[in-house]
Ligand binder design. Sequence first.
Ligand code: NAI
Length: 333
Amino acid sequence: AKPPLTVLVTGAAGMRQIGYALIPLIAKGAMLGPNQPVIIHMLDIEPASQSLNAVKMELIDSAFPLLKGVVATTDVVEACSGVNIAVMVGGFRRKEGMERKDVMSKNVSIYKAQASALEQHAAPDCKVLVVANPANTNALILKEFAPSIPEKNITCLTRLDHNRALGQISQSLDVPVSDVKNVIIWGNHSSTQYPDANHATVTTFSGDESARELIGDDKWLQTEFITTVQERGAAIIKARKLSSALSAASSACDHIRDWVLGTPKGTWVSMGVCSDGSYGVPPGLMYSFPVTCDKGQWSIVQGLKIDEFSREKMDITAKELMEEKTLAYSCLN
Ligand code: NAI
């Protein structure tokens, strides 16, 4: 049998339940495959320690065959020790009436501390996925304060937005979502993100066809499609009275699975990664790009044609990320 991999989930006891939705998926093999045993480390803060222990009890009670160990802790060093995959769901949420800077400041200090803990205690090839918002900027801080972790090993989640975009196209054309591929989320996991369907295709009887041509309504693609994806998180909150949990958890599994096990041939996915300057995005920013993955490494898809409409949208979200970066750095002083 394969030796187990250790997966860390921070913020595992969150009342809004991403952790609660994510942990059983990991234990069932949705993240690392049905033949990969796992050990799950769960971290949360002291006030959540009772509910964290409850999750551990339920994990034990579920008797998941792949689950070879569970650690529930409020000690960041214990949580990070020997971790192969770190999924960072923990963070500070904006409370009513709080300034943006105060929220950023809390998250900067969390991500700075957790960067050091991962750097010192995780497995040397540890792969990191930041889910907690502001996801791109939290990942940026983690990258800057964990210089010994290879830059390529630090990413943030925009796969939920990517999956939402696939879902909208599938609904609009009334085709199974598995027949739709190669949408792109550019930029920030925020309302400035640019969901781009220009290169998306749909599998039909006669091969892969352009989603844009099949939809035949550029106006919809440039307006409602974009805003629906951008504002989907808010729509879920309105309807559920809580933020997206099952779809966020499922997308986090998709992100890690494709990263570790590879993307299918001819398919790309969206991941927030460190820009190398591709498509004119400032190097060093954590920006969502189309990527393919092979042997545990992602690479940005090159050579896509970018029209003027797209260019403008890609720049708006880059600008927001630069502002977030400046704000985050101002919190360090
Ligand atoms: P939540 O607020 O219920 O859970 C966050 C948890 O983090 C809490 O249990 C809190 O105690 C814990 N936490 C706070 N500081 C911590 C620390 N220093 N170490 C460990 N844990 C700590 O939120 P929920 O719904 O579970 O979401 C988590 C995050 O994911 C939020 O920031 C949310 O905005 C973000 N999110 C991101 C998505 C994406 O697509 N990137 C989608 C949906 C949510």
